[in-house]
Design a protein around this ligand. Sequence first.
Ligand SMILES: [Zn+2]
Length: 225
Amino acid sequence: MEQNAAVNIKVQDVYEVSPIEGLMPSSQPGEFIVSPWGEITNRDITIFVDMHALINIYRHAKSSPQKEVGGFLVGYPMLEKDRLFVLITDATHAQHVHSMGEALSFTHQTWKMLDCQMSERFKNKYVVGWYHTHPGLGLFMSHYDSFIHNNFFSLPWQIALVVDPATENHMFFQKKNKRLTESGYYFYTQKTAENAASLKKMIDRLMIAQKRERSGRYKRYSMVG
Ligand SMILES: [Zn+2]
C-alpha cells in the first residue's frame, strides 16, 4: 500500500483535468449507434462505453475464470452544455497485479506501466476509471474495492466496472452522494452495419447473462460484505 500511495499522488497530478467540451455520442446519430443499458438518470454522470472496449474487457475477464484480473478505463471526461459525461474509448489490462482471492492489488509496476501507456498509446486521453473481475462472486463493490476507488480513482468522473466471468454479467458504479452506486450507461459504436449486428448480439448475450446472475446458480460461494 505504501508504494501505491506514493505513486498515487503522481497519477492524480497527471490526470486531474477539467472535462472537455464536446457532444455526447447520442447527440450524433449520424455517426454513432447508441443503446442504453440499465437505469440512467439525468442527475448522474452519463457513461458512454465503446462496445469494442467492453468486448476487450470481457476477453480479459474470461481468460481468467478463477482468479481476479483488472485494468483501466481510458477515455475522456466531457461536458455537453452543463451535462457531465464520461466517454470510455479504450480499456487496458493492469499488469503485475497481485490477486489474493477477492482482492486485487495494483503494484508499483502496475502504475509504472499505466503511466507509460498513458503517455504513448493513449496520449491525450485520461484514466476515467478501472475495472476488475469477481469470478463467481457477483457484482458489487467490496469494502476493499471502495478503498481502492477512493484512493486511486477519486475524481468525480472516475467510475468502476465489475465483471463476473461466471455469469458474464457486469455492472458500472459511480459516486452518488459520496457512495459508489450501481449505474446504467450507454453503449456506443461507429455507425456501420457490422457494428450494429455486433451490438445486437452483445445485448442479447447480456440479457442471458442478467438471467444467469438473477438465478444465483453461478455463485462460487455467498459473498462476505
Ligand atoms: Zn472486487
